[in-house]
Design a protein around this ligand. Sequence first.
Ligand SMILES: N[C@@H](CCC(=O)N[C@@H](CS)C(=O)NCC(=O)O)C(=O)O
Length: 220
Amino acid sequence: MSAYTLVIGNKNYSSWSLRPWLLMRHAQLAFQEVRIPLYTPESKQQLRHYSPSSKVPCLLDGSLTIWDSLAISEYLAERHPDLQLWPAEISQRAFARSMCAEMHAGFTHLRSNMSMNCRGRFPGRGRTVEVAGEIDRIQRLWSECRERHGQSGPFLFGAFTIADAMYAPVILRFRTYEVQLNPVCRAYADTILALPAMQQWLTEALAETEVIAALEPQPA
Ligand SMILES: N[C@@H](CCC(=O)N[C@@H](CS)C(=O)NCC(=O)O)C(=O)O
């Protein structure tokens, strides 16, 4: 039995769940998975049972419960310093934390107009002016990271860090809504999509049968 239990939502839809799940799988941290299908009559009660915020993801470590994807990531980085889940160098770490905070609290237009849906294909849907501006901002962030750290590996800061996990759901949104990326960002997105852990998430998302009507885009 592994020490950790990670409670997540539907793999097709739950972008916040993907972040710590990918981080832990890619870092080969063992965990039990509890999957709660969201927005069913039983969901709220099941969420309340595990999570103080009644939201997923949440991580159980013995008697300790940690909720919120960013708090879970920070906790894992402290618990496993050997894994270097944040960049080792302080200015890189500050940049990584800034861009994770920006993702965590921002990109609201992208989030609401292009919700994560691994099974779906909605080319061009949801592309408001504000969404286009947020896509542009993400590409500028990734391009800057790749320009600075391309020499030390294929991820945003060379080696895989929390920043890659935090931006992974956006890569799935770009796939579903078929967003054209510049060559540097395309190569980075393809690197993330090819990770065995990401492929596992996608396979399991595609095997899910629940449809959450409220999270499906309205017909154009
Ligand atoms: N800031 C939180 C957001 C968590 C969140 O909104 N989770 C959604 C699923 S993606 C949820 O649990 N929704 C269920 C509900 O609100 O009933 C995090 O990063 O973990």
